[in-house]
Write a protein that binds this ligand. Sequence first.
Ligand code: NDP
Length: 331
Amino acid sequence: MTTHREFQFAKVPSGMPTEDCFKLVEAAIPQAGEGEVLVKTHFLSIDPYMRRAMSGSKAYGQMRPGSVMIGRGTGIVIESRHANFKEGDAVQSEFGWREHVVLKGDGLRKLVSDLQPLSLSVGVLGQSAATAWVGLHDVGDIQEGLTVVVSAAAGAVGSAVGQIARIKGCRVVGIAGGPAKCRHVIDDLGFDDCIDYKVGNLSQALGEAVPEGIDIYYDNVGGETLEVALDHVNDEARVPICGQISRYNATEPAVLRNVEVLLDKGVRLQGFRIGSRLARRDEALEQLLDWWRADKLKYRETVSVGFETAPAALINMLTGGNYGKQVVQVV
Ligand code: NDP
């Protein structure tokens, strides 16, 4: 076999992406040069930042129509021209949406043999959960006994935020879309409580769920949920701005209604990107692996089977169809 499939970014979406924003093409399988490895893709990580990259956000590497869709992946080395790698090694890196990829061996992350299934390396033992760990520690300044609230609580990052906060001895309340997700967050992931933001009055529900106030609001969604959370924060609260998914399809500028809370209560609201904190990410990955081996972390994945399903998987995640990490199983 000399050709494989790749997905190109075809056009900038207007609002929610549609399948015609992507183009499936046949291309030659690349060849590994000296110091490189050829990898067969097993899983693609499907992430919200892809939507931002499709709008030309500079923070995520600028994609232009015709370029291969960006994205992390995990796979198996099928040819090695680097001394540290051999056929059969599992690796994880930036792959792009392609069935095979050539990667430089230097700095390439080799996965430990008990990391199975390989998809965990992009979810609960990968960048998603590492983002949760870094945001809670480095921005949230997490400590035992605090009250932590997290939005998109049933998703890849949010599910890890809540579990890490529980391990750290905090009280944790999630916010998620729908009763089934809220049940999952409490019953399977061990959060203390979870609010369905799609029904009723979110502010009232949050007030009842955290009568003691919020010490850390871990924000994955932005918009009205962020504003409501700010109405319930304590003095000196921390608000790691991890993501703003409710706004990724928005066309009008963002407005924060109650920005004065930051001043009045001395609240620290700080954005961060895991891509700018790689040393801490690697520390987080070590810790997560230890917790996972000690059976302290639960996970759920939404697996879309078949390389050709990648666009649908991205749309599914952006519309809340996923529990835990959304991945595409390529083989
Ligand atoms: P998730 O697995 O949480 O999937 C996205 C979820 O977002 C959906 O399942 C849905 O859950 C929720 N959602 C979608 N639209 C809305 C909306 N309009 N309002 C509220 N919730 C919505 O994704 P990730 O865990 O990968 O990412 C979570 C957040 O973290 C994103 O904002 C992402 O950009 C950010 N992120 C940031 C990183 C960083 O370095 N700062 C790194 C990785 C992720 P529901 O059904 O509950 O609505």
